[in-house]
Design a protein around this ligand. Structure first.
Ligand code: ATP
Ligand code: MG
Length: 398
């Protein structure tokens, strides 16, 4: 296109909350740029850099624009992305490029109305912002006969940002997840089942900048190889947001069998859950994870009533994050769909908890009673032996 400065696909990347981080802003910005570079590393010729207060990504023209937007939008800390044209800061060049740009938008999105919003950072530019907006608006109306101006509710807002060295032309913003760049908020260990909830819980903590490792409990041979494949697939889905991710897998079957042998059947789930937490705590301490993360949700099932959560929580000293605690199942499912884990989560492979599901699990357990049952077991050696079965793999983003 005539007048266009860079023969590249260029994008403006905006970050929301990061901008508020005061003196720590450079640290967060560096982390964000590093993450964007990382997810785009698979392509050649990508440039990520700050220019005059804007974060810009430039990619060779032969790379798909939508693929790059998709990749960048998975980086936590990014609030929105817009493809931009860079042209010389000259009103005729800006007008011509704007008309071409809008023709393209009409073709892509079939818009009927528009509005121009102009901003002038270079105060030496001969026109004021309202004058730029008017002039470009007139040029677009003349060049694109199907368009009308609608200042209140336009189908497309055309942004013109005039700076000294060049002018940026762009339109709608593609929203991303926001949050904070990965690695700026410590590391947590998620108890990752094959269900719908725990991947969403991991996602929400990672979105706040937390690096994620995971532990999965299986009851092999009662649980199958396919159930394990499913967990790896879920970790693969998550790793597109969270970066490469470790899964520690631990066999919990001997513990389940000991409990079944020695304790009341209706306490099985809670006792198993306490062991899961304790084993996870041990792994967290040895992997520098600061907290545990679960997909627990108030009242969803018998093991997640308020009374049951008290019993589970009491098992460990490490903080336990339950980011889904107040969500409804439908909200969790929406989120799982949005992040792309839902379809994998609903595959019907058995989980270690469902293998020995009691018919009437306790819903209002008493802590003293559970502790009494637990004291019938040799907890320490059960935990030691379970940890000996631990196998660790690392899942890399696709
Ligand atoms: P999810 O959908 O995450 O499986 P759920 O609704 O099935 O959750 P529970 O089975 O009670 O609920 O599990 C509660 C939480 O305990 C899970 O969200 C997860 O964090 C953890 N958990 C359950 N089973 C396992 C497992 N096999 N391995 C690791 N963590 C597990
Ligand atoms: Mg489950």
């Amino acid at each position: 296109m005539e007048g266009v400065l860079e023969n590249k696909n260029t994008f403006v990347v905006r970050y929301g909350e990061l901008a508020l981080k005061g003196l720590n802003k450079p640290y967060f910005e560096r982390a964000l740029i590093e993450r964007i570079r990382n997810v785009l590393r698979k392509y050649d010729g990508i440039e990520v850099r700050r220019e005059g207060g804007l974060l810009l990504v430039r990619a060779p023209l032969d790379l798909s624009e939508s693929q790059i937007i998709d990749d960048i939008s998975k980086v936590f800390g990014v609030e929105s992305i817009s493809p931009v044209l860079e042209v010389k800061s000259d009103i005729d060049e800006i007008s011509n490029a704007s008309v071409e740009f809008m023709k393209d938008v009409i073709e892509k999105r079939g818009i009927k109305t528009f509005k121009v919003e102009a901003k002038r950072s270079d105060k030496n530019f001969p026109l004021t912002s309202p004058m730029i907006a008017r002039q470009i608006g007139a040029a677009v109306l003349k060049g694109c006969k199907v368009l009308k101006v609608d200042v209140h509710n336009p189908d497309c807002k055309l942004f013109i940002h005039v700076r000294r060295d060049k002018t940026f032309i762009y339109e709608h913003k593609i929203s991303a997840f926001g949050g904070l760049p990965l690695g700026t908020n410590g590391k947590g260990l998620v108890l990752l089942s094959g269900g719908i909830d725990s991947p969403v819980a991991a996602f929400l903590m990672a979105k706040r900048g937390m690096e994620i490792e995971s532990v999965h409990f299986h009851s092999y041979p009662y649980t199958s190889e396919r159930a394990w494949e499913k967990v790896k697939d879920l970790a693969g889905n998550l790793s597109t947001y969270c970066g490469s991710m470790k899964i520690h897998s631990v066999n919990i079957l001997p513990i389940q069998e000991e409990i079944l042998k020695n304790c009341p059947e209706d306490e099985l789930i809670l006792l198993v859950r306490r062991f899961m937490m304790k084993i996870a705590e041990r792994i967290a301490l040895s992997t520098k994870c600061l907290m545990l993360i679960t997909g627990e949700n108030l009242g969803q099932v018998a093991s997640q009533t308020a009374e049951s959560l008290v019993v589970t929580d009491n098992a460990v000293n490490i903080p336990v994050m339950r980011p889904l605690i107040g969500m409804d199942k439908s909200e969790i499912i929406d989120k799982a769909r949005e992040i792309g884990t839902y379809e994998t989560s609903i595959l019907p492979y058995e989980d270690c908890c469902t293998v020995f599901m009691p018919k009437h699990p306790k819903t209002k357990p008493k802590l003293e009673k559970i502790l009494e049952s637990e004291s019938l077991l040799d907890g320490d050696s059960l935990i030691e032996n379970a940890i000996k079965t631990k196998e660790t793999i690392t899942i890399f983003p696709e």
